[in-house]
Design a protein around this ligand. Structure first.
Ligand SMILES: O=C(O)CCC(=O)C(=O)O
Length: 277
């Protein structure tokens, strides 16, 4: 859908309308604020578009449609080097330059890297878990120009809306550290998933961007399908956590295997079914 009325008065209004519709504000109270910037007809149309946008189920999953091996991302040309169809896993080189990787690592260190957490399956809270031993930090969406640019490149690669993206996380693994096999989707059977699913729906896409080379170990491993992707500075592995029907895909169980030598630094970018606010 094009959401023309919703876009009519620019980003601030768009955010305002989506936020208020999401908070279940009454139509009457919203119309009072929107007119005279909008005509009554435009305002009603924008509200209806916002409702549709916020409730629409995933029409499909984000796929990297490989039609050419090199992908022009405007300011950089990325290169597709591997694709698996089921689960949908794609490896792409040159998503970031080496200098951009270094800048992102410096920004993460300046922000304060702390032990990584996992989502508790019952409470949904972020807790420390012995199956994820890396450290990391989270950025908000477009927090810096570089992060905004990276989000733009990644969302261009799989043609998924920027507003469906979570903030980027930078993770660092020292020797022996790892993220044991897990899923990125929120399992609807777990009580703790509901509060996460309310905000933007299911996690449907994951990019892991490698910000460093690693001497030994530290692959992103997909044990169900026997695939290991090894870190290469500036490259990324992408996978969609859902199948064609939009249902969680069991084949996407994956891990960050233990680093044997060196330090592995990655940036993860998760994408939701719908706008993530
Ligand atoms: O570190 C990796 O290679 C994988 C990271 C990962 O699985 C995640 O952050 O969900």
């Amino acid at each position: 859908m094009t959401a023309t009325a919703l876009n009519y008065a620019g980003n601030k209004w768009r955010e305002w309308i989506l936020h208020n519709v999401e908070q279940s504000c009454t139509q009457e109270s919203m119309l009072k604020h929107m007119i005279p910037t909008f005509t009554q007809e435009q305002a009603l149309m924008a509200l209806s578009e916002a409702r549709e946008l916020l409730t629409s189920p995933a029409l499909n999953r984000p796929l990297i449609n490989v039609t050419t091996n090199q992908v022009d991302l405007g300011d950089i040309t990325a290169q597709v080097v591997f694709k698996l169809m089921n689960p949908h896993v794609v490896v792409i080189d040159n998503v970031l330059t080496a200098a951009e990787c270094d800048l992102l690592v410096q920004a993460a260190i300046a922000k304060n890297i702390a032990p990584s957490t996992v989502v508790h399956i019952e409470s949904g809270e972020s807790v420390l878990g012995d199956y994820r031993t890396s450290s990391g930090c989270c950025f908000s969406r477009s927090e810096t120009e570089l992060i905004g640019n990276m989000e733009r490149r990644l969302s261009t690669l799989n043609a998924w809306p920027l507003e469906n993206g979570e903030g980027i996380q930078v993770l660092q693994y020292e020797v022996g550290q790892q993220y044991k096999p897990h899923f990125d989707y929120f399992d609807p059977k777990n009580a703790g998933s509901s509060k996460h699913l309310k905000r933007g729906g299911q996690r449907v896409g994951t990019f892991v961007v490698y910000l460093s080379d690693v001497e030994a170990g530290g692959s992103t491993s997909f044990p169900e399908v026997g695939v290991d992707v090894y870190p290469r500075k500036g490259s990324a592995v992408y996978f969609s956590s859902v199948d064609e029907a939009g249902k969680p895909c069991l084949l996407t169980r994956h891990a960050g295997t233990p680093v044997i030598s060196g330090v592995k630094t990655v940036a993860t970018y998760w994408q939701r079914e719908r706008a993530y606010r």
